[in-house]
Each structure stands twice: as structure tokens, then as C-alpha cells.
Design a binder for this molecule. Structure first.
Ligand SMILES: NC(=O)c1ccc[n+]([C@@H]2O[C@H](COP(=O)([O-])OP(=O)(O)OC[C@H]3O[C@@H](n4cnc5c(N)ncnc54)[C@H](OP(=O)(O)O)[C@@H]3O)[C@@H](O)[C@H]2O)c1
Length: 350
């Protein structure tokens, strides 16, 4: 079986080339690497539970380049299943003086076919630094920008509409585009005030998709209520192999209501890394083309049919390449998902 290091060594060369000749070069590489893989998701909502029609419904398609994409239900537009998040370590590096690594991270993602970039005004310097880098690299138009809006006080309370509009205008300036792909209300902050502002921006053609996010358990009910009562293109929430609460209500409801799902914290930030520290990836991970723990965790999430895209955060180019590897090849089926869960449940808790 290929180790993560060997797999990365192979791809690092490709990504270097790709920075010069993005898709054409990779298409040839990918064609070889992806032989026989369709990226079909066969996962069930619950491990071990039959999930009828999941593969079709999952809308997981490996295109000509071999990259797995999913359709945004409200329009049918397809986006790559793996993207990039920008809180955590990305935000730490964005705050530092040297953002060279982030430049390479963004460059690698685009070179490998990724587009979805999740950010927020609440992530310190991330939105601003990424906006500047993307403009310098000339990739601002290639990215699917997913940013957020929230000026409500922490812990609840009303948002000032004028302040909300100012925050949005600042995002437009930082991103440097007249139209932003997706803006979501961050952490369910005063959606009564902020969601109508986003709706208006969408009607005016300045924002293409709107949604709401939370990763806080105490806000799940509010998220579910909004999914039932509002017209949303997207939600963003946490889902990981050892954090599967979303499988109970949120993910099935997203499918039922035709809402796209951006998955956050697919590694539980540092939790899963601590849990697998010093452990070898099992041989059988190669049955669904996972060559690293990152790909193992991401492919688990990607194999849920409600998931539209996953945005793991990284500040390291090698990890970006690793993560993009999860957007290629086979995804685990129901039985494989069950086996993956059993393995993770046997690990020490973090
Ligand atoms: N309410 C919300 O809207 C909300 C809440 C939470 C998260 N989010 C979004 O979701 C994104 C992802 O969540 P997250 O940042 O909390 O956590 P995460 O993506 O689960 O984990 C990030 C951590 O994993 C490490 N990592 C990434 N790729 C790796 C690889 N291939 N191998 C080893 N380590 C790797 C990163 O370190 P390195 O830098 O060293 O790679 C970082 O420490 C956020 O950045 C944000 O954009 C949104």
C-alpha cells in the first residue's frame, strides 16, 4: 500500500507543475491515477444502515479530470467536494508577517482543481489575506468564495443592519469581486435581521447563494428550525467520523429540503489527529483510495450523500495536496463506513 509520504511525493511534483499548467497537466496524471474510480458515494445516513439509492442521490460524480463534484441542489451547479477552510491554523498564519505558506496553499488547491474557500470576517486576517493573495495570483475569479456575515453580539442579541451592510461591503473589498458566491449568517447570529439583508443582496445579484451556519450544539435546533422555515441555498455545520450528530436530523433534512451542506471541522480541528497519533493507516483504506489519515477522514464525510463540499483548514501546502487527494478515487460504501467507524471508536478518546 502507498504511504502518505509516497503518495504525497508523487503528487507534490504534479502540483508544482500544475501551478504552471493547471488542469491539462493534471488531467493526464489523474486519468492514470483514477482508473476505474467513479467517486460514487454509497454511504448510508447511519453506519451499517441500508441507505437506498444513496449512490444516485449523492450526486457524486468524477468528471473528466477525475475530481469528485457535487451539485448545489438549488441550481444544479457542481462544486468540488474538497475545498479549504480558513479559521484555525490558516488564521494563525494569516495573522503572522509571512503568508507565503498560505499563498502556496491557495495555489495548490486551485492547481489540483479545488475552488471552495470558506472564510469569515470573524476569522481575523483570513478573509483579507486570502483576498489579497488570490488577487495577486490571479485566481480570485476561480474560487468559489464562501464568506459569512455576523455583527450580532456574541451570545445573542440584535444585529445593527447598518453595521451588517458595512461588514458585507468590507468583504466585497477584501475579496475584490463584484459578486460573492456564498454568504452565510455566521453562528445563527440574529437571522431575523441578517438573513433578509442577504436575501436582498441575492435579489440584487451581488450574492449568488445564501445560508446559515453553526457548529454549536446549543444552536442545532435553531439551525433545524431555519432549515424548515427559510429558503436557504446552503448550511454549514460540523460533521466528522467521530462527530456524527448531524446524521440524525440535519443531514437528512438538508436532502429533504434541497439545501447544500458545507462540512466544517472534518478533523475536529486537532481531535482526530490526537486520536490517531502514532498509528498506521489500515491496509484496507486503499480499497477506497485513501492514502493518508486525512483522506480516510475526509472520504468518510464525503461519502454521506447530503454533503456538498468539505472545507478542512490547513496552513501547509503538503496538507492541502493531501486533502485534495480525498476528492479523487473511490468513496467508502456502507460496509466500509461501518468498518471505519468501528476503527475510530476503538481509538483512545482525545
Ligand atoms: N460556524 C462556522 O461557520 C464554522 C465553524 C467551524 C469551522 N468553520 C470552517 O470550517 C473550517 C474547517 O474547520 P476547522 O478549521 O475548525 O478544523 P479542521 O479542518 O477539522 O482541522 C484543521 C486542523 O487540521 C490540520 N490539518 C489539515 N489538513 C491536514 C492534513 N492533511 N494532515 C494533518 N493535519 C491536517 C490543520 O493543521 P495544518 O495547518 O498544520 O495543516 C489544523 O490544525 C474552518 O477553518 C472554517 O473555515 C466554520
Amino acid at each position: 500500500m502507498k504511504t502518505r509520504r509516497k503518495w504525497l511525493q508523487g503528487l507534490a511534483g504534479s502540483a508544482g507543475m500544475l501551478a504552471l499548467a493547471p488542469r491539462a497537466t493534471f488531467a493526464a496524471q489523474a486519468a492514470g491515477a483514477q482508473t476505474g474510480s467513479q467517486g460514487g458515494a454509497k454511504a448510508g445516513a447511519r453506519a451499517g444502515e441500508a441507505h437506498t439509492g444513496a449512490q444516485t442521490d449523492a450526486q457524486a460524480t468524477a468528471g473528466a479530470s477525475g475530481l469528485i463534484t457535487r451539485a448545489i441542489p438549488s441550481t444544479g451547479e457542481r462544486i468540488p467536494i474538497i475545498g479549504l477552510g480558513s479559521s484555525a491554523t490558516f488564521a494563525q498564519v494569516a495573522r503572522s508577517e509571512d503568508a507565503t505558506a498560505l499563498r502556496q496553499v491557495l495555489e495548490r488547491m486551485v492547481a489540483l482543481g479545488g475552488t471552495v474557500f470558506d472564510t469569515a470576517p470573524g476569522y481575523g486576517a483570513s478573509e483579507e489575506v486570502a483576498g489579497r493573495i488570490a488577487q495577486e495570483l490571479g485566481i480570485a475569479d476561480k474560487l468559489f468564495w464562501a464568506t459569512k456575515l455576523n455583527v450580532a453580539p456574541r451570545g445573542g442579541g440584535a444585529a445593527d443592519p447598518a453595521a451588517a451592510r458595512r461588514q458585507l461591503e468590507t468583504s466585497f473589498e477584501r475579496i475584490g469581486r463584484p459578486v460573492i458566491d456564498l454568504v452565510q449568517v455566521h453562528n445563527m447570529g440574529d437571522i431575523r435581521t441578517q438573513l433578509p439583508i442577504l436575501r436582498e443582496m441575492k435579489e440584487r445579484g451581488r450574492v449568488r447563494y445564501i445560508g446559515v451556519t453553526t457548529t454549536f450544539e446549543g444552536q442545532y435546533q435553531a439551525l433545524v428550525d431555519a432549515m424548515r422555515s427559510e429558503t436557504l441555498d446552503f448550511i454549514g455545520t460540523n460533521y466528522a467520523i467521530d462527530d456524527r450528530d448531524a446524521e440524525r436530523t440535519i443531514l437528512p433534512l438538508a436532502r429533504e429540503r434541497g439545501i447544500a451542506v458545507l462540512v466544517y471541522a472534518p478533523f475536529g480541528r486537532t481531535r482526530l489527529w490526537r486520536r490517531v497519533a502514532g498509528r498506521e493507516l489500515p491496509e484496507w483504506a486503499s480499497e477506497f483510495d485513501a492514502h493518508s489519515w486525512a483522506q480516510f477522514f475526509l472520504k468518510f464525510v464525503a461519502s454521506h450523500p447530503a454533503v456538498t463540499a468539505i472545507t478542512p483548514a490547513t496552513s501547509r501546502p503538503a496538507n492541502m495536496i493531501d486533502n485534495m487527494g480525498a476528492a479523487r478515487g473511490r468513496l467508502p460504501d456502507v460496509a466500509q463506513r461501518k468498518r471505519m467507524i468501528e476503527l475510530v471508536e476503538g481509538l483512545p478518546s482525545a
